[in-house]
Structures are given as C-alpha cells and as structure tokens.
Design a protein around this ligand. Sequence first.
Ligand SMILES: [Ca+2]
Ligand SMILES: [Ca+2]
Ligand SMILES: [Ca+2]
Ligand SMILES: [Ca+2]
Length: 445
Amino acid sequence: MRFKRSVSIGLAVAGASALGIATSTPAWADSRSINFEAPTYHTGSIDGQDGWGGQDGPGNTQGPINPLIDQAVVMNSGAPASFGQQSWRISNFYTSGSFGDMPFSPNLVNEAGEKHAFNSFAGVQYSGGVRQNHFDMRLSFTSADPTGLESDSYVSMSPDRGDGARMSYIRLEDHPAGLSVFFDDYQDHAPFGAYGTPITAANGCNVAQGDDFYEYQVASGLARDKAHTVRLSIDFLDGPRNDVVKVYVDGDLVHTGTTWEDYYRWCPESNQGVVLGDPNREQSRTVDQVLFRVGGGQGTTHPQNLGKGFLIDNLSYASSQVERECDNHHGDGDADVDNGSGQHGHAKFHKDGCTSQGDDNAQFDDDQGTHHFQSTSVESADFTTTASGGNMLTMSGFGLDNGNQVGFTMVAVDNGALLPATYSLVLTDGYTFAGTVVSGLLSVA
Ligand SMILES: [Ca+2]
Ligand SMILES: [Ca+2]
Ligand SMILES: [Ca+2]
Ligand SMILES: [Ca+2]
C-alpha cells in the first residue's frame, strides 16, 4: 500500500472537544520498551536488530530498510543522561516517497484498532493477536547535532500495521530556535461520509467540504541539547469520526485530535481508487508498531545532515483494552410509534454500551408496508442526556431497507414516566420516520 499525503497547513484550531470520552487507566495488554542499549542492540544500522526492519511481508517475513537511509544505533557522547550509552540516530540525509523500505519498529503480539479495522491487504496479514481498543506510544528525542547549525532536519513517526497505512502522525523538526513537533490528523467535515452508496461515502473525502489532512504545530522552541518526550494516546472507537488521539509533549497534553480512520474509510486513494460505500471493503486500519519515515523528496536531498538528525531513545508502545464509561449504558425498544400525522410503525432495537456487540440490533417496519429496515451492523453508538433530562441513544451503522443496503441513524429518547418517548430513523436512501411511542417499551438508561 502506497499513498501520497496532502496536508493543509496552518489550521491550528483544536475544536475536538466533541471527541472527548471518559477512559479509565488502561492495563497494558502488550508492550515493547526499547532503549537501544547493549547487548540487545549493537552500533550500526538498526535493520535486522531486535525485530526492526522494513515493511511486514507474508508469513512473518520483513523487508529490508533502505541502506541509503542515514540511520544507526550510535554510542552516545554528550547526549542527555536519560539516553544511556546508546541511542538510535536518524536523519533526512536521504529521503524518499516510499514506505516499505523505511524503518519499522518490532511488532506487538496484539494489535490495536476498531472492531472492523483491516489488518491485512492482498492476502498479507500485517498485525494480529487479540485486538485491543487503545494504543499508546512514547519516545524521547533530541538533536543529534545540538552545537551545530541545523539545516532543514526532520523525521516523522506513525503508529502503523506494517505496510505504511499510518493511523496517526508526528513530525520532529530541528530549527536554530529549537525543536518543533507537528501532529497531523484526517478530518471529515459535514456533510459526513456514510456507508450505503458511492455518493453517501464520497461525503467523507470531499476537499470542497474541508475533508482533508490537517496539521498542527504542537510544540516549538524546545532546547536542542535536552531530552524531550512526545506521546500519542489513541482510543479507537468503532464507527467513523470518533477516534481520539491525545498528544503530549514533555508530559503536557498539547493537542486532542483524531486518527486517519476516515481517510481509509472514505478516500479512493486508500481503497484501490474507488469507494463504494461498502463496509466490507472500506474500513479503518489496525496498528502494532511504529513507522519512522524520512519523506519529502527523492534521493540525497539533505547531504548536509549526514550523520546528524535526531537521537531517538526510550521508545515504548503498547496496546491495551480500555473499559469505557459508556459501556454501562443500555438501550432497548419494542414499541409502536406514531408520527402525529397518520403514519405508524413498529420499532425494535437493542444496544449495550458504545462498542460493537454481537446482539446490536435496529429494526423498523412502517405500517404502510413500504419499508422494512433491518440493521446488519452498528458502527457507532452514543448515550447522552437531552436538555429536558431525557436519556438519548444515537445509533448509526448500516443495514438493509427492503433488501437494499443503506446507512442508518436511529435516535431514541427515553423521557421517563411523564412524557412519551420519541424515536426517529433516517436512512441514506432518503427514508425518514420520526414520532412518539404510543404503546410498548422504549428504555434508554
Ligand atoms: Ca539508550
Ligand atoms: Ca505489523
Ligand atoms: Ca465531508
Ligand atoms: Ca472510529
């Protein structure tokens, strides 16, 4: 898998508060900690050491790192004390538009990602184990040439499954005024992409709507001769537009954004040139390692940085399963609903928590017999409280309306004993129903 990256620069507005979600402290299910010290690591190219190499291949094979890339485990001299005897140095002496021959860190046993995220492509599995919903990576960095004048020195790093399908992105830059850190995510702006048809899906990858990669400078002016840390804490939530990435620099939360999930879900470039709105072929990706990359040109684009660049150390990353507060909520419905102007229907649904469950269900039949809707998968669910104190469940996903594949959004509000419950269903084929419960059960708690 190869793809180009287009980044819109300069929209340094966080605006991600709607993505906030309560998480408890995760218990690490699987982790790697790498300090590049002997005897595990020896000086010289990191290729082939301790599971480092190029992209994953069939049957646990691994390609080589391009030998032209200027990287090596080095003996430290004058590095921050926390970097120990040895660190890993990488520079952008040589850059390339490629992915597969860039340095990939060792694989975790257990991948992280959404329930439906893809961990393979064209018959090659890039990650596996027991899928987790959280990924955390952190590393320390400093300039490898703090007393010299920098000259356009940079390197990027991304959680990845092993083929360049990056799910997030950090870039370090070295400037005379200090080190800078950048973060990029992909954002689908309204109207949003939805499964159903190529047309509904195209709303997730429309530059005219602002759907694009966005870049944020999250730190600058960091001392070039000191150790700094950058950390990404990623919650993968099932369904579109809801993954949460927290970016920390030197321990401080400096930005909250999202992953690249909707780039993989909605953009033709990441789906063999065509998006059908088909949930079976268009989904997010998993991660189980870290890709370090020196892009931005082809060849020896920065000869002045040979043997310089950045020192990387104390790299650690982990996948884990985080229990979410949302998992305590439930919604159930089996009720007759009336839209107030003569139309009736029967609604059924069941949802436990916010992550996908085997018994998720949304179903609707209108009394006119013109529509029978049955969900096939629930992609996201959210439990909130209305202004008047009702408990609201919003479910979306895909299903069949009279046998035709559609996307759906269902909203059910339990208003307690004094007010009738309300129900609405919107399908991507244009069908909508909204009404109140006249008999039966509708419960959201
Ligand atoms: Ca070290
Ligand atoms: Ca992998
Ligand atoms: Ca959009
Ligand atoms: Ca998601």
